[in-house]
Design a protein around this ligand. Structure first.
Ligand code: SF4
Ligand code: SF4
Length: 481
């Protein structure tokens, strides 16, 4: 990607010195606070609508229930997860591992084709920063110039009111975001308990609530675009995930260069870029997209809207800055199915197939039956012989399960030791049982048997195991006779 961007710069005639510094850091090493001009245009409108939908989903999902249980629960503390209404637990770690790998490959594939589309349209950081908090700034403090003036002015009554209102609003929204995050972890019922019960009963929950609120407040009031530029690992991986065919927000240097101011009543021999810098002043990460694709670009589309507005004014076609690939700009063609994309797609399909199979065949009750280690067989009265077995039952459902075992293959009986097995939701239970057989029915040293597992009266599993018997002794006795 950097290679592609460099090519962009070579072709556009720019130097590479912009790569030696960050737009958000001054020469003295201090932070350059970015005051972007409010973007307006079709992409901004579309992104605002998209953000509204995403925010409704984000804040609404914890309230969705399937039966009595959350639709989505990510309780990392107790290692309980509900995804699309299905419970998962630590026993499903291999599924989580596979889901994680599938997601990573999907991110690689998506980025190779669509670049940072996710950053601009879906990432919660961009959605909150650009569509919620920055809109509050414009609403309370005015446009970018007014904001700068206010920040640099002494503390007057007007500044105290504006800043006070802003801090209260930022804190209130951060509190809602923090509580929503907590609702994803403990569920809305759990969150409600934290709210209404005495604080002493939920010290950990209340601490989490305050810590989450504090972190979000700090990110949005102060850290802002630095989260994308300095911290986000996805942003930092762009250099290896993108290639010249990936879709990016790009300046069409072929059409735009050589740039130059527009002069009235003069024949224009230059490119379409009139060097008005409107694309720069709207950029929330403080970069000039005309330098080429850069790590700091979060694909927010503000520069597209700004430049389109300029193009309309000077009666030129829109799209001097647009979604395109570097190859698309240079050669006017864009190849989607590159070797890399095909390779990622194949791996993705294979992983998705395995994951779908494992999810579709995932049992709700998982039972293991093993002969007790170190035990052989036991002679019993009435010419019978028995084997002792260890049973372990894992209940992955939301309901308590009464589990019974029946011998399906093999002439004999099952006798449980102790009470019947009842397994609480998302818990496991252990038990022991004997299988009794008539010695006459034990034809081999190792007789295969099949045990049926019934949960609340319904057959849920069949388990094959073996029964050890005294056949060799019997045979030897018969030989002796
Ligand atoms: S907004 Fe368009 S015309 Fe103005 S400087 Fe940027 S690319 Fe050039
Ligand atoms: S360069 Fe354009 S798309 Fe990228 S962050 Fe700046 S304004 Fe947004």
């Amino acid at each position: 990607m950097i290679e592609a961007a460099s090519q962009n710069n070579v072709d556009s005639g720019n130097d590479q010195s912009f790569r030696d510094s960050l737009g958000i850091v001054s020469k003295s090493g201090k932070r350059n606070w970015v005051y972007p001009k409010e973007p307006k245009g079709r992409y901004t409108t579309a992104r605002t609508v998209m953000s509204a939908i995403l925010l409704i989903i984000l804040f609404g999902t914890p309230f969705i229930k399937v039966g009595d249980h959350p639709f989505l629960l990510l309780n990392i503390v107790d290692r309980k997860f509900i995804i699309f209404g299905f419970p998962f637990g630590p026993h499903d770690f291999f599924l989580f591992g596979l889901m994680m790998i599938t997601t990573i490959v999907f991110v690689f594939l998506f980025t190779a084709v669509y670049g940072r589309l996710f950053c601009g349209w879906i990432c919660p950081q961009t959605v909150f920063m650009e569509s919620v908090f920055r809109k509050i700034d414009y609403w309370l403090e005015g446009d970018h110039r007014a904001q700068k003036r206010l920040n640099e002015s002494p503390w007057t009554a007007e500044k105290i009111i504006k800043k006070g209102a802003k801090y209260i609003l930022y804190f209130a929204i951060s509190f809602i975001i923090g509580n929503t995050l907590l609702a994803y972890i403990v569920g809305v019922d759990g969150l409600w308990k934290i709210v209404i019960d005495p604080p002493s009963e939920h010290v950990a929950g209340l601490t989490a609530m305050l810590v989450f609120t504090g972190i979000f407040y700090w990110i949005f009031i102060w850290f802002r675009e630095q989260a994308c530029i300095l911290v986000c690992p996805y942003g930092r991986l762009q250099g290896v995930l993108l290639d010249p065919n990936s879709l990016v927000i790009a300046y069409d240097f072929v059409r735009g260069e050589p740039r130059g101011k527009m002069k009235r009543n003069q024949e224009r021999a230059l490119g379409d870029c009139i060097d008005c810098k409107e694309c720069v002043v709207v950029c929330p990460t403080g970069i000039d997209i005309r330098n080429g694709t850069q790590l700091e670009c979060v694909n927010c589309t503000a520069c597209i809207d700004a430049c389109d507005t300029v193009m309309e004014k000077i009666k030129k076609p829109r799209g001097l800055i647009r979604y395109d690939s570097i190859k698309g700009i240079k050669e006017r063609t864009r190849k989607i199915f590159t070797t890399r994309v095909i390779g990622y797609s194949v791996v993705q399909v294979v992983l998705l197939t395995i994951l779908t199979y494992l999810l579709a065949t995932r049992s709700e009750i998982d039972t293991t039956v093993f002969r007790t280690p170190g035990m052989f067989y036991q002679d019993q009265p009435h010419d019978k012989v028995s084997n002792l077995y260890d049973i372990k039952v894992l209940n992955k459902t939301f309901d308590a399960q009464h589990v019974e075992l029946k011998l399906l293959k093999g002439e004999g009986d099952i006798k449980m030791i102790g009470d019947d097995i009842t397994v609480l939701p998302q818990e496991s239970a252990q038990a022991k049982m004997f299988i009794f057989m008539d010695k006459d029915h034990v034809k081999k040293m190792n007789t295969p048997v099949e045990v049926g597992v019934y949960a609340n009266g319904k057959e849920v599993q069949r388990i094959s195991t073996s029964f050890l018997g005294p056949v060799e002794k019997k045979e030897k006795k018969e030989e002796h006779k």
